[in-house]
Ligand binder design. Structure first.
Ligand code: HGY
Ligand code: MN
Ligand code: MN
Length: 416
């Protein structure tokens, strides 16, 4: 017996076309995207997204961090909106779907609501969070962090990219500095649809991830100070080699993460050498350690051990060592009521699903501090993400969007 509404589906072709159209903006060099926050490519993608929202009859608002909110009116003007979205910014060698799927699926939900003349009690707001990736301006999820009161606007504006440009200046330069106070908007609920960015759903042949939690994170930025010297004429016993300290610390982080299993990860993705000349020993090495776990005690124990052992490593070879936490959030438990709504929507649609903990961080992690929030995931090929070869199937994309559609309509309250 078909469940009520189970035949209501989104337009799979229209969703996929939107994804492919957006992917043409800020192309990478290997089939993915390089549409980093507050670049001209980001501005171009924002304008395309705004044109689609306005064509769907939505009203666009932009806040002082550049986050975009496109509203579909509800029947009850006093009802708080249901926010649905993710992020359009990408990694420098990002894929076509990380974040973008969640924003354009939210738009597809609204487009389908329009097609079916669906009216809801609560408004629905399609959301594009600024600077989710934190690749150009650390930390990640910067705009949603300001929205949730975790960061101040001044702190966010002061964040610098590797060229020394500030977030505030770049937001002004691309013309997307909005007028709304960040966080002034109040949410009835927040839902985010995202690719898994890991291997579990595909390996278990599950179409939907019902996200119950998100693991916590520390980004520890180390600055090691050695002595610049000639790599040829300086005897080994006279070297103060910050590069050697870096290599020992990276190895140590791997050991700490492996000894903290299960449910712990650690690694280094970004390193800056100075002067970065092939025949000069580095005077300064700056790098970020990324550690994560769904277990807060374990996460903090990893941090303490890494900082202590890094100090010992540097002391043993006479290298200066300082560390600053440049990103953090505790493990997140999503709203059980919304998680159940997602699970029932998947069941109503006859889609295979399993509960899952998000390995990656998302804007939903900060939204969960100010409103009931949850996530939906779809598989990605080989679990690969933050790689231009990131791939999903069209069927996966629309199956998760169908679940999002049903969960949003239920949460926003269908008006018959
Ligand atoms: O780092 C993360 O987990 C996210 O991709 N910003
Ligand atoms: Mn993402
Ligand atoms: Mn990402």
């Amino acid at each position: 017996m078909a469940a009520p509404g189970e035949n209501m589906r989104v337009n799979s072709d229209r969703l996929w076309d939107a994804l492919m159209d957006m992917a043409r903006i800020g192309p990478g060099i290997a089939g993915g995207n390089n549409r980093q926050t507050l670049t001209d490519a980001d501005a171009e993608g924002r304008s395309l997204f705004q044109s689609w929202c306005e064509a769907a009859g939505l009203t666009m608002g932009v806040d002082k961090m550049g986050t975009m909110f496109a509203t579909r009116a509800g029947e009850d003007p006093d009802a708080l909106p249901v926010y649905v979205g993710s992020h359009l910014d990408t990694q420098p060698t990002g894929g076509k779907f990380d974040g973008v799927l969640g924003v354009l699926a939210a738009l597809e939900v609204v487009r389908t609501m329009n097609d079916l003349n669906i009216r809801t009690k609560h408004p629905v707001v399609v959301t594009n969070w600024a600077n989710e990736e934190g690749a150009r301006f650390a930390p990640a999820m910067l705009a949603s962090g300001v929205f949730a009161g975790v960061h101040t606007l001044d702190y966010a504006y002061s964040r610098k990219d590797p060229e020394g440009k500030t977030y505030g200046d770049e937001l002004q330069r691309i013309g997307w500095l909005g007028e709304e106070e960040v966080g002034a908007r109040k949410m009835h609920a927040y839902l985010e649809y995202h690719i898994e960015q890991g291997p579990i759903l595909e390996a278990e042949n599950k179409t939907i991830g019902v996200v119950t939690h998100c693991q916590g994170l520390w980004w520890l930025e180390f600055t090691l100070t050695g002595r610049e010297a000639h790599t040829g004429s300086t005897p080994m016993t006279m070297r103060v080699n910050a590069g050697l300290a870096l290599s020992r610390i990276v190895e140590m982080v791997q050991t700490v993460a492996m000894e903290s299993q299960p449910d712990a990860v650690g690694g280094v993705g970004q390193v800056f050498f100075s002067p970065n000349s092939r025949n000069v020993l580095p005077g300064k090495v700056v790098f970020t350690v990324d550690i994560r776990s769904p277990d807060l005690a374990k996460l903090n124990a990893m941090r303490a051990r890494i900082e202590a052992e890094a100090a010992e490593i540097c002391s043993a070879i006479g290298v200066g060592c300082s560390v600053e936490a440049v990103g953090h959030f505790d493990p997140v438990t999503f709203d059980p009521g919304l998680v159940d709504t997602v699970r029932r929507s998947a069941e109503k649609l006859g889609l295979s699903h399993r509960d899952i903990i998000s390995g990656a961080g998302h804007d939903a992690c900060w939204a969960a501090k100010v409103a009931p929030a949850t996530m939906i995931m779809c598989p990605c090929v080989g679990g690969l993400s933050h790689n231009e070869a990131e791939e999903i199937s069209k069927d996966w994309a629309s199956a998760g969007c169908d679940v999002l559609f049903h969960a949003v309509v239920e949460t926003a309250g269908l008006v018959e």
